[in-house]
Structure formats: structure tokens, C-alpha cells
Design a protein around this ligand. Structure first.
Ligand SMILES: Cc1cc2nc3c(=O)[nH]c(=O)nc-3n(C[C@H](O)[C@H](O)[C@H](O)COP(=O)(O)OP(=O)(O)OC[C@H]3O[C@@H](n4cnc5c(N)ncnc54)[C@H](O)[C@@H]3O)c2cc1C
Length: 391
């Protein structure tokens, strides 16, 4: 039984809900926080954790972008927000709309820690102005649900913004605790390729010629699209690095173990989820040159679709239609991700390693667009990484 719960520790996505709901404590290990789960936490984890895999039976493997009602390109009509936000400012614009129309009382989301630029805090925003300070992607450990049940008040309404794994957990929790659906009204998410460790962030600061004690401002992107990873130290010295280099060469190389087995990087369980709507180079690759930001935005529920339409109708968001067949070129990683998990899990099992509780038979259904050679190459690649200590 202990071993069973250990898998949830090893493959924890880090949302924090087990702390809020079950008072689980966390230990710091290799740049991540890992839950100190006990046997009695097993059924909780089985009920909500992404690593349980039991939720995959509700996912249609043919729908590469998940189930959705509408998909379009959007951006904030406020030029300043569009510029400062991560992509097109869609999430902040929707959050602002929800507050200003009093559709919710507070937004529960994530911002940089006041103490340390490579850490995050969960935060509640009550006023539109508060949201502007918290735009942008934090490419580091975050646990937006860590105080969720303690911070919601029974007479208030909330929207929660989180990574796809946070939102998957919360959606499953709400399915069981239906009484909370009168308080938690909207779930909003974004595409996510993985959560970089705090150690990777330390490395990034080192490349930006500062460290966590001296860094007083760190942004990963934004102030343009994609913008630059930029650090400013105590003396006002400023150093920047391209988004492509900071993610590709540093942050993306040290991500949470579960992220390598993630089956939802697209926010399938949100009411609305957004990713980068990169322009395309002539060779079909994403264009990471600076442009005005824009999101690819999916409304995934009726409620999310109505909200998106209201934001567009009231001029908060600008929307354009998008040829969804092109998304596989600019979001190649997300397009291929689910199909590759089968080989990865099988490779791990062949090496005698623990894996998330995924059924191989279910994962196999996601590999229909791969041939046997590609699957075998995936298995071999995983075995090689295990042998070389990279996994
Ligand atoms: C770890 C990570 C991985 C990502 N991977 C991808 C990817 O593979 N493909 C892709 O297209 N885009 C990725 N993104 C970026 C994401 O697409 C954009 O944030 C999204 O398009 C929203 O843009 P926006 O301008 O609407 O966001 P904004 O208006 O700037 O709002 C961002 C919102 O996200 C919240 N937030 C920021 N960081 C975190 C965090 N670490 N955890 C929880 N909430 C957070 C903020 O509180 C804010 O509410 C990633 C972002 C993160 C943080």
C-alpha cells in the first residue's frame, strides 16, 4: 500500500490540493515540492491526481485539441495589456471582465513571490487593477490550489486560473464535491509544456548574471511577444535572453518528472484554455520573432463559450477565426505529446521503473497516428535515457 501511494508522490503534478483538503505536508527535493503522502491519502489521490490515469477513459484520442465548442485567435483590445501579458493577454482580459461584470468576486491564480523571484504564490485578485501586476507566465513551481478550501468563502464566487494539471484536479474534485460548484464558477487554463524546477531557475539567473538573493525582478517573457527572459539585480543591472534560449536550453531541460508523462497539456478540463498562436515560418515552424501577442483560445464548455462570446461582444477581446489544421505546426509538441506517452511508459516498465497508473491499453489508443517503428524508437529512447540516468 505504501508503495502504491509512493507513485503519487513521485508523479505529483504539484497543484497543492492535497495540502488544502488532506493537510498533506511537502518536502523540498531537487527543486520541487513533493507531498509526504500517507496510506490514508491514497483514495484522495486516486480520485483527483492526474497520475491516476483513470480519467483518461473520458478523453477522446481522436480529438487532438480536446473537446471544444469554439477555437479562435484572440487578444486583449487593451494595447498595454496585450504588450505586457504572456501572449495576447486573453486570460487577464477575461479575468478583468469577470470582476468588472461581477460574474465572480475574486480570481484565484498565481503570481511571483514577494520574497524570491524564482518562487510563486497563490493569490486572490479582487480588483481589476490587481490583475495587471500578475500577468505573464511564471516558468517555475506553482501550486495554485494549496490554500483553495481555506480561502474560499461560502457566499462568494470565484474563477480559478491554473495549469492544465491544476484544473484537471480541481474539475475532478468539483465533480465529487458538487456543493462547491456554486462558489467556483469558472476554470481557466493555458497550454503547458512542463513546470521547470527552481534549480533550473537558479541556472537561468546565473546565465542572466545574478542570483536569487540579488535578483529583484525576473520575467520569463511578455513585454512583447514572446518577449525576453529578463532579470534585474539589486544594482539595476539588466540582462536578457531570448524566450527560445531560456526555455529551450535551460528551463525546459529540467521539468517536473510527471510533466514528461502528462496527458493534458492543453487545458482540456477548463471552461476556456489558451495557448500561443505563433505565426508560422515558411517552413512550417513557429515564428518566435517579436510580434503583437495573440492566443489560440478554446471554449470548452457552454459556460466558457458564453463567456468568451460576451468578452468579444463587449469589446474586451478581439477575435479572429483560425484554421485549426495549422495548429499542429505551431504547437507541434502539444499535438504529438499524448501519442508519445505510451512508448515512454512501456520503456520505463521494461526498465523496472515505476510509472503513473496509466493503462497501457488506454495509452495505446492515443498512438494511432504513429507507426510501429516510431513506437519502437520511443521505447528505445526511453530505455536509453533511463540507462544514462536522465530519467
Ligand atoms: C509553466 C508554463 C508552461 C507553458 N507552456 C506553454 C506551451 O507549451 N505552449 C503554449 O502555447 N504556451 C505555454 N505557456 C504560456 C501560455 O500559453 C500563456 O500563458 C497563455 O497563452 C496565456 O497567455 P495570456 O497572455 O492570456 O496570459 P496572461 O494574461 O499573461 O495571464 C497569465 C495567467 O496565468 C497565470 N500563471 C502564470 N504562471 C503560472 C503558473 N506557473 N502556474 C499557474 N498559473 C500561472 C497568471 O496568474 C495569470 O492569471 C506556458 C506557461 C507556463 C506558466
Amino acid at each position: 500500500m505504501k508503495e502504491k501511494v509512493d507513485i503519487y508522490k513521485e508523479y505529483c503534478a504539484g497543484c497543492g490540493l492535497c495540502h488544502s483538503a488532506e493537510a498533506v505536508q511537502y518536502e523540498y527535493k531537487n527543486g520541487f515540492f513533493k507531498p509526504e503522502l500517507q496510506q490514508n491519502n491514497f483514495s484522495f489521490c486516486e480520485g483527483v491526481c492526474p497520475a491516476s490515469g483513470n480519467w483518461l477513459k473520458n478523453i477522446d484520442p481522436k480529438k487532438k485539441w480536446g473537446k471544444y465548442i469554439n477555437a479562435c485567435v484572440t487578444w486583449s483590445s487593451d494595447q498595454q495589456l496585450r504588450f505586457s501579458a504572456s501572449s495576447g493577454g486573453t486570460i487577464t482580459a477575461i479575468s478583468e471582465y469577470l470582476l468588472s461584470k461581477k460574474l465572480v468576486d475574486e480570481i484565484i491564480h498565481t503570481c511571483v513571490s514577494k520574497q524570491n523571484q524564482i518562487k510563486t504564490e497563490y493569490t486572490k485578485s479582487k480588483r481589476v487593477e490587481e490583475l495587471r501586476d500578475k500577468t505573464g507566465s511564471r516558468y517555475t513551481v506553482s501550486s495554485p490550489l494549496i490554500e483553495l478550501l481555506q480561502c474560499i468563502s461560502p457566499e462568494k464566487k470565484y474563477a480559478v486560473v491554473g495549469k492544465p494539471c491544476d484544473i484537471l484536479v480541481l474539475r475532478r474534485y468539483l465533480d465529487v464535491h458538487q456543493e462547491l460548484n456554486k462558489n467556483i464558477i469558472y476554470l481557466i487554463s493555458f497550454f503547458c509544456a512542463g513546470v521547470p524546477s527552481e534549480n533550473a531557475n537558479r541556472k537561468l539567473l546565473d546565465h542572466l548574471k545574478t542570483n536569487e538573493q540579488e535578483c529583484r525582478h525576473l520575467t520569463y517573457r511578455g513585454e512583447g511577444w514572446p518577449g525576453f527572459a529578463t532579470a534585474i539585480d539589486d544594482n539595476g543591472n539588466k540582462h536578457s535572453m531570448s524566450y527560445n534560449d531560456s526555455w529551450g536550453k535551460i528551463l525546459g531541460r529540467d521539468i517536473n518528472k510527471f510533466c514528461r508523462f502528462c496527458m493534458d497539456g492543453i487545458g482540456e478540463f477548463a471552461d476556456i484554455s489558451c495557448g500561443d498562436a505563433w505565426y508560422m515560418e515558411e517552413d512550417g515552424t513557429p515564428d518566435f520573432n517579436e510580434h503583437n501577442g495573440r492566443n489560440i483560445t478554446f471554449s470548452r464548455t457552454k459556460k466558457g463559450d458564453e463567456l468568451l462570446k460576451m468578452c468579444v461582444k463587449d469589446g474586451v477581446l478581439i477575435a479572429e477565426s483560425y484554421e485549426i489544421d495549422n495548429l499542429k505546426y505551431i504547437q507541434k509538441y502539444q499535438y504529438e505529446r499524448r501519442s508519445q506517452v505510451y512508448s515512454r511508459v512501456l520503456g520505463m516498465k521494461l526498465c523496472g521503473r515505476k510509472t503513473p497508473y496509466y493503462s497501457l491499453r488506454t495509452l495505446r489508443k492515443f498512438t494511432k497516428d504513429l507507426n510501429e517503428i516510431q513506437i519502437l524508437k520511443g521505447i528505445a529512447g526511453t530505455i536509453k535515457r533511463v540507462i544514462s540516468g536522465k530519467m
